[in-house]
Design a protein around this ligand. Structure first.
Ligand SMILES: [Zn+2]
Length: 177
């Protein structure tokens, strides 16, 4: 299975257990037996581009999908949470640091294949410019390590998700110009 595989969220209707449940593009699921309907809607996710002088902060993924590849700090937005609050929470969880001065930078569609289910996300990237590198502690359950990479050392092809890769490329392009 790869990222582009459209998964079947339900093999049987969760309401009446009928096998007559159909999915349209993995988004709308309709039971032809009891008319139960479920929309597997696009999930919000956030990512942080944190820069200090000529360096950018990356994490290395500890889990699939894309274990071992570069990532930006961030993750899925919880219920009843703003994008900025989600990012601040994720930074605290992943790196034990409090950062809350975010500026919107970029958004892009993405897919996330996890345990047989394909999630479509809209990844929203915020930037934060720091003047001093903060003390960071990696949560090894989520990330194996963090890395400050100089702008000219960043291998964009090693960034796990296409949307985040595009955001980093956009920022690097602006920095050069
Ligand atoms: Zn049903």
């Amino acid at each position: 299975m790869n990222e582009t595989t459209e998964s079947t969220v339900f093999q049987f209707c969760p309401n009446c257990k009928s096998a007559q449940i159909n999915s349209e593009n993995g988004h709308k699921h309709l039971c032809n037996h009891c008319q139960f309907e479920y929309f597997h809607n696009t999930a919000s996710a956030v990512g942080a581009i944190i820069c200090c002088e000529d360096e950018m902060l990356f994490t290395v993924r500890a889990q699939d999908p894309h274990r071992g590849r570069l990532d930006l700090p961030g993750g899925f937005v919880d219920h009843n949470e703003s994008l900025e609050a989600a990012l601040t929470r994720e930074l605290k969880e992943e790196l034990d640091v409090t950062i809350d001065n975010w500026q919107y930078f970029y958004s892009g569609a993405n897919t996330y294949f996890y345990k047989g289910v394909l999630y479509h996300t809209c990844d929203v990237v915020f930037v934060c410019q720091l003047f001093h590198k903060p003390l960071l502690t990696a949560d090894v359950a989520e990330i194996t390590e963090f890395k400050w990479l100089k702008f000219d050392e960043i291998d964009c092809e090693n960034i796990a998700f296409a949307s985040l890769r595009k955001a980093v490329q956009k920022l690097l392009k602006q920095t050069i110009e």
